[in-house]
Design a protein around this ligand. Structure first.
Ligand code: CMC
Length: 430
């Protein structure tokens, strides 16, 4: 949709830049011809003002705390639907009918096992390796096992690769966990639903039966749904950029997993819980708030702030509710971490620094406490995020590959290094 144009003036030069509007959200100024017309690049290293692509999948209104997938609010999807329904929606654009859902669940479920040879892959790692390090390697290795779904020009292969990724990520994640703690791998059980099966693969042991707690399975499913997609965040943009060169989907998702690992992104839930443990008791909160405000101290309140949300992260509200449900179910009445979290949230929300900078709790603030209560060690938190986000990565990758205008992503730069100079033989260098 091209509407009016924006006029760009520099000295005596003028350029007309087309303005384009989407269905909702800010208009964009299309600068694709800017360099050709004026010899100028745009400069936006953190992409704060740059729409890197056109997409129909997810919409975020950060000022009003709104997150929509294909037009449906995250609140409704998390409360009324389930994760595999959200996966279908993200991949195909519509909510499934009962029959379509049954068929989709069946197809995902049939891909839950990984090639038996992959077990050997795990045993090459040190037991004390971070599970995310193992994930990056094993997800990347999938393309060495599933050659028959790496031809990105074939729509059938693209779909098989998508289903395989969604189905196998929980299995690989559970294997990374089991290897980390020195327990035998537990094979997937296709009579269980997605979240139940994941809990089973993580917490069952061969020597006794494992009973699925439906409240905890529902919480797990909701955590997956809340993390399923989030527009053009760092890891998704990484997947798109990797995919733009024609790399196979398994390699692209491995790139996404690597990017997610960072503490400013998916690693924040682990960092947030570590921070709550470091604070320890509510009386120490003012000390940490003061540190967060101190320009000379690199400390930040983990689980607070977001590049896009300048209001309460809508996922954080559902996460907070889920957190209480899990703690109630487990009979954890006086969790000191929850106490610290609630008091920290209360103080931060009334503190002028946080109000002025629009720093609200994000999804990671409560997910760490919930995951800990479910029995996961902190090192697994980002792994669970990666499992959930796989569908978002794959849906965005598919959308990009299926776009006839797609071409390799190749940003330019503002060069500030040395200008051209002559090479001097080593003996002549001072
Ligand atoms: N604690 C204290 N001050 C903060 C925080 C924080 N958590 N976050 C931002 N600020 C301050 C920052 O110091 C800066 O102040 P000033 O303008 O005076 O220099 C201002 O707020 C803007 O910060 P920014 O770094 O320019 O903002 P950004 O959009 O680049 O960063 C962020 C966004 C999420 C990386 C950042 O808020 C942060 O580091 N938060 C903690 C980590 C975290 O919780 N990340 C999870 C994000 S949600 C899940 C996901 O997407 O993966």
């Amino acid at each position: 949709m091209t509407d009016q144009s924006a006029k760009f003036t520099m000295d005596s030069e003028q350029a007309e830049l087309p303005r384009r509007s989407g269905t909702i959200g800010p208009e964009v100024v299309d600068v694709t011809q800017l360099y050709k017309d004026t010899g100028l690049f745009t400069f936006d290293p953190g992409f704060s003002s740059t729409a890197s692509c056109e997409s129909k999948i997810t919409y975020i209104d950060g000022d009003n705390g709104i997150l929509l997938h294909r037009g449906y609010s995250i609140d409704e999807l998390a409360e009324k639907g389930d994760y595999l329904e959200a996966c279908y929606l993200l991949l195909y654009g519509e909510l499934p009918t009962a029959r379509e859902k049954e068929d989709f669940v069946y197809r995902v479920t049939r891909h839950t096992m990984v090639h038996e040879q992959m077990n050997r892959f795990f045993t090459g790692f040190r037991r004390d390796a971070h599970p995310m390090a193992v994930m990056v390697a094993c997800v990347g290795a999938l393309s060495a096992f599933y050659h028959d779904s790496t031809d990105i020009a074939d729509p059938h292969q693209r779909m098989v690769a998508s289903l395989r990724m969604i189905a196998k990520m929980p299995t690989i994640a559970a294997m990374a966990y089991k290897y980390h703690i020195g327990q035998p791998f537990v094979y997937p059980r296709n009579d269980l639903d997605y979240a139940e099966n994941f809990l089973h693969m993580c917490f069952a042991v061969p020597c006794e039966p494992y009973e699925i707690n439906p409240v905890l399975a529902r919480a797990m499913d909701r955590i997956f749904t809340l993390h399923a997609d989030h527009e053009q965040n760092a890891s998704t943009s990484t997947v798109r950029l990797a995919g733009s060169s024609g790399a196979n989907p398994f390699a692209c998702i491995a790139a996404g997993v690597a990017c997610l690992w960072g503490p400013a992104h998916g690693g924040a839930n682990e960092a947030a819980l570590n921070m709550l443990m470091e604070i320890g008791t509510a009386d120490r909160i003012p000390e940490f708030i003061a540190r967060a405000k101190d320009k000379n101290d690199p400390f930040r309140l983990m689980g607070f702030g977001h590049r896009v949300y300048k209001n309460y992260d809508p996922r954080a509200k559902i996460m907070q509710k889920t957190c209480h449900e899990v703690l109630d179910e487990l009979g954890v009445r006086d969790d000191p971490l929850l106490e610290v979290a609630m008091e920290l949230e209360r103080i931060a929300l009334t503190d002028q620094y946080f109000i002025d900078k629009k720093l609200y709790p994000n999804v990671d603030f409560y997910s760490g406490i919930t995951l800990k209560a479910l029995g996961f060690p902190t090192a697994m938190f980002t792994v669970l995020f990666a499992v959930a986000r796989t569908v978002g990565w794959i849906a965005q990758w598919k959308e990009m590959i299926e776009d006839p205008k797609q071409r390799i992503g190749r940003p330019r730069q503002l060069y500030t290094g040395a200008p051209q100079r002559d090479y001097m033989p080593v003996q002549d260098r001072g």
